[in-house]
Design a binder for this molecule. Structure first.
Ligand SMILES: CC(C)(COP(=O)(O)OP(=O)(O)OC[C@H]1O[C@@H](n2cnc3c(N)ncnc32)[C@H](O)[C@@H]1OP(=O)(O)O)[C@@H](O)C(=O)NCCC(=O)NCCS
Length: 180
């Protein structure tokens, strides 16, 4: 694997990205992935906000994320990074994008569901200040796995803001050259 620091940009997810998005989705969730039509519906939904993180050198889609805006809450529906490009800070950049978008939209809380066994994702969310507040029993139909319900506290409170500032001050693992 090429370990040079990636130069990336975050762009609104468009129709032209969907083949690459579905490829990543199939690699990540071989048995229960979203279809191209599901993503098409999502990017046409006015309450949804989907972006791709793209290698500026060659235009490759390396990952994507999306959230729904529901009154004062944002609900993260997906965040995935291509398996060959993990642990290089890409999900961190996508999460930063989501949090900054929430500030712009005056959202107060961010929530999501995650498989109880998905330690890497849970660790990512905990890093951003999410806490597990409950469990949906057998939420995932493919294997009857429980979902953890994770929530931030109010993102305008100092505790969340200070933690977010600390993440923004970390040495960059990736150069994000442009965010929508
Ligand atoms: C979870 C996922 C998005 C992380 O992407 P990534 O680009 O590798 O993450 P980053 O490099 O930005 O890492 C950010 C933090 O996530 C956590 N993390 C990521 N991968 C991890 C792993 N394998 N083990 C433990 N912690 C991990 C760490 O806290 C890490 O911070 P650190 O590097 O300071 O330790 C990626 O593993 C993925 O696409 N998984 C499959 C899809 C998925 O499960 N999505 C979540 C659905 S709810």
């Amino acid at each position: 694997m090429d370990n040079e620091i990636l130069k990336v940009k975050i762009m609104k997810m468009e129709k032209e990205h969907l083949d690459s998005v579905v490829e990543i989705e199939e690699l990540v969730n071989p048995n229960h992935h979203w279809s191209k039509d599901s993503f098409l519906n999502e990017i046409q939904n006015k309450l949804a906000n989907y972006v791709c993180i793209i290698d500026t050198k060659n235009g490759m889609v390396l990952g994507f994320a999306g959230f729904w805006e529901i009154l004062e809450e944002a609900h993260i529906t997906s965040i995935s990074v291509h398996p060959d490009f993990r642990r290089r800070g890409l999900a961190t950049e996508l999460m930063k994008y989501i949090v900054n978008s929430c500030y712009k939209k005056m959202i107060k809380y961010i929530t999501l569901e995650v498989r109880a066994s998905n330690f890497s994702a849970i660790s990512l969310y905990e890093k951003f200040g999410f806490k597990s507040v409950g469990r949906r029993k057998k939420y995932y139909q493919d294997n009857n796995e429980d979902a953890l319900i994770m929530f931030t506290e109010n993102i305008w409170f100092d505790k969340f803001k200070n933690n977010f500032a600390q993440i923004n001050n970390e040495t960059l693992k990736v150069y994000n050259e442009q965010t929508v």
